[in-house]
Design a protein around this ligand. Sequence first.
Ligand code: ZN
Length: 124
Amino acid sequence: MATRRIPASVELHPLFKRIAQFVRIEKYDRDGGHSKPRIRIEVATTMMPPNLIREMLKAEVQCVRCGQPIHPFRARTKGSSDRTELPRHVYVAVACPLDVNIGCSRGKAAKEAYIAIEEAVENA
Ligand SMILES: [Zn+2]
């Protein structure tokens, strides 16, 4: 039986080393206050080679909470006017989408995963 090995989190994915330089960490203190700052992780696709964007969108890692395979790089909006049809805005997710499992993206595991990504980007 062929088992696909899926990395446990996005910063452990082999592609991450090539993507880290395009990753932008955005913090929103005003939403949750200093004790619970919201972190949003965006990928600046404008400077990325198209092949890397396509590879990135196909990448799979495990959900940090339930272990199901997820796509950590998700298009925020489709680049419909763009002939290449590559998304302009991509964000990093660490858990199942809300419509798959509402509990996964909330809670401690997801929060810790965002911090791990932040550290991996800083050390890249
Ligand atoms: Zn999950």
